[in-house]
Design a protein around this ligand. Structure first.
Ligand SMILES: Cc1cc2nc3c(=O)[nH]c(=O)nc-3n(C[C@H](O)[C@H](O)[C@H](O)COP(=O)(O)OP(=O)(O)OC[C@H]3O[C@@H](n4cnc5c(N)ncnc54)[C@H](O)[C@@H]3O)c2cc1C
Length: 480
């Protein structure tokens, strides 16, 4: 019997697992996919929001600034890639300048520091590639960018080190309250038992909620699509540039990534099918028009990938957080800025669980911290020592990103090892560059199969069922 079962290993479930792992509790994190961060937590704009966007008095408004500051602190502690870039919301018309004033006042009330409205000239002094048509901008120095899946993974890794049971490939299909605990159903497999259940199931959080309580909110799945530009496009902008926001999203952005690429997007489209992460020509054209309006020199021929994520928006326009049934906590409808708020949501959740009767005794043996070897960032003289101690660091597997075999083997030895090619990509950074894994993919497959004692034929590209090889040929394996 577990004390707490968390459903959903997105950034919210991982942040809570991390927070609770410092207490003497038996924890299980249940995830339907084969890895952590397989939902919205991997397909988003990767921005640490400063906190001016949500209306004060909403949960989002209360949790954003605290979450933002905790994000920076955790990134330091857990060696998660991030950069404090600052952000600019730009206005082309007077009505949008008024909106900037509203955002400024909201931000001040929410506790943001250093916000100011600057005129077009001042904005272009900061960012020379911005359009001459821009009248004014809201500067927010505390905003930044983060590696979102590494953030979730880092917190989950530390939690596993401290006793969390991670249960991937496990879809929760029902919940039954049995007077002092839940039976968590998972198809034909025996149920998992836990005294408390936390719903962190992203776009499915309404479905999980309705397994134990009457409907209280409705998820409106809202897709956002993106261009990812190669870093050869050069230093277009240093900070995150936002178009003025709308009710459905924060507006199209031109945003640097922690790997010096650029993300352009997202749009905002309400979906019938909440699993639909396809991209459409229409949306990409709209994004392009909005982005080029802000940065006219933007060259979208540097595009190396398009992708989409689905927001767990809801009708009430705020997070839905609270004890909704006996020993059942909803961390639901966590739309943007959910990535930024993950650590503050986890703190709030931990308080709510304690109030609901979960005994919280701090562990004396908790082991925090995390360090990652990023070979290309190591000074040349130290690299030689690495290679001498482990010749695998002398073999470059991903040429675009200069990732060595030593780094791939190292991620296989972490608390939650990757099980797919993209799992290695999210941990080691292979396939993140211009060729998007075209060259290194087969090598990564070989190493993954070798290190995990699996048949190459069983290795998937990403999610369950995404097999790459179909069968043996004379000299090796045939690709799909
Ligand atoms: C397009 C877009 C842009 C965004 N940009 C930003 C941004 O720049 N900054 C920011 O702060 N926020 C941003 N967000 C919001 C942020 O990404 C989300 O709020 C956050 O990732 C939500 O995390 P989560 O853990 O609640 O959901 P998810 O990451 O979706 O995780 C939920 C998990 O639950 C699992 N699950 C679902 N059903 C079941 C089941 N029945 N059994 C077991 N497991 C289940 C899913 O597989 C999934 O892994 C953006 C979101 C989107 C979509």
């Amino acid at each position: 019997m577990h004390d707490v079962a968390i459903i959903g290993a997105g950034v919210i479930g991982c942040a809570l697992a991390y927070t609770l792992s410092s207490y003497d509790l038996s924890l299980v994190l249940i995830e339907k996919e084969n890895d952590v961060a397989m939902g919205a937590s991997r397909a988003n704009t990767a921005i640490i929001h400063a906190g001016y966007d949500p209306a004060p008095k909403t949960l989002m408004g209360k949790l954003n600034v605290e979450g933002m500051r905790l994000c920076y602190q955790l990134c330091q502690e857990l060696d998660v890639e991030h950069r404090n870039t600052g952000s600019l919301v730009v206005a082309f018309e007077e009505s949008q300048v008024n909106l900037l004033k509203t955002l400024l006042h909201q931000g001040i009330e929410n506790g943001c520091r250093g916000l100011e409205i600057i005129d077009g000239e001042q904005a272009r002094l900061r960012e020379p590639n911005l359009s001459k048509e821009i009248l004014a901008a809201l500067w927010a120095p505390e905003a930044g960018v983060i590696n979102p899946w590494e953030f979730a993974l880092a917190m989950a890794e530390v939690a596993v080190r401290n006793g969390l049971a991670f249960m991937p490939n496990t879809e929760v299909t029902g919940l039954q309250w049995q007077s002092d605990h839940y039976e968590i159903l998972r198809g034909e497999a025996p149920p998992v038992k836990a005294r408390f259940v936390v719903n962190a199931a992203g776009v499915n959080s309404d479905r999980i909620h309705q397994m134990v309580a009457p409907p209280a909110f409705e998820i409106i799945p809202t897709r956002g699509e993106y261009y990812l530009l190669d870093r050869t496009v050069g230093p277009l902008v240093q900070s995150i540039i936002f178009h003025s926001p709308t009710t459905r999203g924060k507006g199209v952005t031109v945003s640097p990534t922690i790997h010096d690429n650029f993300l352009i997007g997202p749009n905002s489209e309400i979906l019938e099918d909440r699993t639909d992460t396809g991209v459409t020509r229409k949306a990409l054209d709209h994004i392009k028009d909005m982005a080029v309006q802000m940065v006219p020199s933007l060259d979208l021929s540097a595009n190396i990938r398009n992708y989409a994520g689905v927001r767990a928006n809801s009708k009430q326009g705020d997070f839905f957080i609270g004890m909704s049934a006996e020993h059942f906590l909803d961390l639901a409808a966590i739309k943007s800025p959910g990535l930024t708020c993950a650590p503050s949501i986890a703190r709030l959740a931990s308080d709510l669980l304690e109030e609901a009767g979960l005994p919280m005794k701090e562990k004396s043996s908790w082991q925090g911290g995390r360090r990652v070897i990023r070979f290309k960032e190591i000074p040349e003289e130290e690299r030689q020592v690495f290679i001498k101690n482990n010749p695998l660091y002398g073999r470059v597997i991903c040429r675009c990103e200069t990732i060595t075999e030593g780094e791939i083997v190292a991620v296989m030895e972490r608390e939650i090892p990757p099980v797919s090619i993209d799992g290695v990509k999210r941990r080691a950074g292979t396939g993140m560059g211009r060729c998007q894994g075209g060259f290194c993919g087969p090598r990564v497959l070989e190493i993954l199969a070798r290190e995990s004692n699996r048949e190459p034929l069983s290795i998937e590209e990403d999610g369950r069922g995404s097999l790459i090889l179909t069968g043996e040929t004379k000299g090796g394996c045939a690709r799909v």
